[in-house]
Design a protein around this ligand. Structure first.
Ligand code: TXA
Ligand code: MG
Length: 328
């Protein structure tokens, strides 16, 4: 029988659970995380069990100060420090050479560690008061849609988590951008909440290596865990520029940025449910609604979800990445 997990805003309760090696779901500005003391291998192992996550997929360590950064990363190159100064706290993760104190389980045996400072007061308070860096993947079952509310976490993981800290709906709504260094050049490992345009306006155009590709698979493990199938609803999802109802599908849902763009095609005639992410076509608003809209469509018992692609700039780039991995 499933037990009901408590959801609330009691940071001191969350602190004692973290200190006793348990899992606490935490709000961040991107998506909810499933957090454990990053320096306690037994606690970190619980994350992999709860998510049914393969051990080759390393975790991001969440910190609340740059002093902690110096304890878990061996050195911070100047160009990465520049990014940190501009974008922390915020949706940017940097991959750096790891200090020995970081357990191998956190990094899947890599000599590097992914680190970020989340921009959410409850997450920062929990890290400060527990005086622990927190390892935290997105708080969903492996491969499934990421959670952007406390209830989303409870739906998939309530039996595994001691407490859910409720910080309201996530403002950004998609995961952090991950930047690593390849041959000393900053390299995009995962597009996310900080756009390439924002990074280029700080470091200069072309300063970021574009080895990232939407079709990156397990065969090119620059960022292990960036599998082709990810973020997926249980309902099949396909991407189509001109949405249509395929033969044989009775109940089809539509996920689209802006309905007005499709009005001439009269989508309401063909689709059982339509999720419009932003009536003004605003990509920031669309990102904050994205995963919740996929979850709502998934709960409708549809035969198929059709999604229209996003414009390929700004947050649209990261949203297209999530769509292409959710599709099958
Ligand atoms: O916004 C986010 O980043 C959220 C919130 C909770 O902070 N977290 C998140 O974690 O998206 P997760 O586990 O879903 O994604 C972590 C990914 C891994 O799959 C891998 O691609 C990359 O981070 N990663 C972690 N450590 C790495 C390393 N040492 N080298 C390269 N990539 C790494
Ligand atoms: Mg994830």
């Amino acid at each position: 029988m499933s037990q009901r997990v408590e959801i609330g805003v009691d940071v001191s309760r969350a602190v004692s659970q973290i200190l006793s090696g348990q899992l606490v779901a935490i709000p961040t500005e991107t998506v909810y995380g499933l957090a454990a003391d990053a320096l306690n291998p037994l606690a970190v192992a619980r994350i992999f069990e709860a998510k049914q996550r393969p051990k080759f997929d390393p975790l991001i360590v969440h910190i609340a100060s740059q002093e902690t950064l110096a304890l878990i990363a061996k050195n911070v190159p100047l160009i990465i420090q520049k990014l940190i100064d501009q974008f922390w706290p915020g949706p940017l993760t940097v991959v750096l050479p790891k200090h020995e104190c970081v357990p191998d389980l956190v990094t899947s045996g890599l000599s590097s560690v992914a680190i970020r400072m989340p921009d959410h007061p409850l997450a920062l308070q929990l890290i400060q008061q527990s005086e622990k860096p927190l390892a935290a993947p997105s708080a969903n079952l492996f491969g499934r849609t990421s959670p952007t509310t406390a209830l989303h976490v409870a739906e998939q993981l309530e039996e595994h988590v001691a407490y859910i800290l409720d910080g309201g709906p996530c403002k950004v709504g998609i995961e952090s951008t991950i930047i690593g260094l390849c041959n000393d050049v900053p390299t995009l490992l995962r597009p996310g909440g900080i756009t390439i345009e924002q990074i280029e306006s700080l470091l200069g155009k072309g300063a970021i290596s574009s080895s990232y590709s939407e079709n990156q698979s397990t065969d090119s493990p620059l960022a292990p865990g960036q599998l082709k199938e990810h973020y997926a609803p249980l309902t099949p999802l396909i991407i189509a520029k001109k949405p249509h109802r395929p033969d044989g599908c009775r109940r089809v849902g539509l996920l689209t940025l802006q309905k007005a763009e499709l009005d001439q095609q009269r989508p309401e005639l063909f689709f059982e449910v339509i999720e419009e992410l932003s009536s003004t076509g605003n990509l920031t608003e669309a990102a904050s609604n994205f995963f919740a809209a996929i979850r709502r469509l998934d709960a409708e018992g549809l035969d198929l979800i059709i999604a229209t692609p996003f414009p390929a700039y700004g947050l649209g780039f990261a949203l297209n990445d999530r769509l292409s991995r959710a599709a099958r």
